[in-house]
Design a binder for this molecule. Sequence first.
Ligand SMILES: Cc1ncc(COP(=O)(O)O)c(C=O)c1O
Length: 369
Amino acid sequence: MRGGYSDRVTPEESPVRLRPEIAAAAAYAQGRIPPSDGFKLSSNENPFPPLAGVVRAIREADAYNRYPDATAAGLRERLAERFGVTAAGIQVGNGSVSVIAQLIQAAATVGDEVVYAWRSFEAYPGLVTVAGARSVQVPLTADGRHDLPAMAAAVTERTRVVIVCSPNNPTGPAVGRAEFDAFMAAVPRDVLVLLDEAYYEFITDPEAVDGSQVLAAHPNLVLLRTFSKAYGLAALRIGYAVGHPAVIRAAATAAIPLSVTAQAQAGALASIECEDELMERVARIALRRDEVRAALISQGWSIPDAQGNFVWLATGAATDAAADRFFDGGLAVRPFAGEGIRVSIGEEESVERLLKISEQIVGTLPTER
Ligand SMILES: Cc1ncc(COP(=O)(O)O)c(C=O)c1O
């Protein structure tokens, strides 16, 4: 595995004493890279290249010999305006995943529990383990949705954080506003709730919760958003949280200093300036998603509601074989062995190839999808 971490080195071989739970866990595994004439549909990236104005702003941030603004003040001010909060309520990190890590570390440690739905974003278990806390995974419903009553019921005296992922990666449905309100009413007010809205901009379901609309009512709620997906800046690594200033301050305390580059800050600010053009692209991706989902359903697949920039194929025991078929056809997708395959909505030209292969696969699956 070119560039990967060796899984052949066992913890027993370590020359130094390591934390056993870290030594036993696997490092984050990235989506596969397709052949050169193929399409990368394995990492929920944006298929559109960056806008010229954004590239220019990044190039102009050329004081490479200087550290960046550690507080990302300009961007935080700009985001604060948008959310109707003060800059003290915004934390910027090198990717929203970093801010999630900061918040978990700020709230949970050894002996504490973090509740989240499963299957969900594959980074959550590792972040909880690194904090020293314990994961409590609440199964999704059969149609890939969060079971919010079950998640609220899983909260105990030990729970410090609950993560809600809407839309859920990898299955696709968003959490509804009414169910979210009921959930927040059921969770103790001193338990931190993280609403991970990495794919917020792709949502078209009018019933879905919009974190920005409910934030003011819940001091224990923090929203996570990112420039990696809708804004197409995945390579720059920049995302943020919005929440109560005291919680945001704790996240900043848990952060690795100076990890958000000046180039990332400049790119994010420039993206906000040309948001209309970026959101037109998002609308095209969401439309493509709906068309792909409809075509898959007409092929016989049962696809959960898709509100992000990806669809979920429940391939079950045939997952690895199906992922290999996609790969052989030039499409790198994200398989979860024994469960299913997440396929990102990519370039327009990838769609025909995707649907051709999915049609071949659906006929070979043993049971109902
Ligand atoms: C649900 C979810 N949250 C957070 C992230 C992290 O995004 P980033 O760290 O690029 O902002 C991802 C990335 O795939 C994701 O799927």
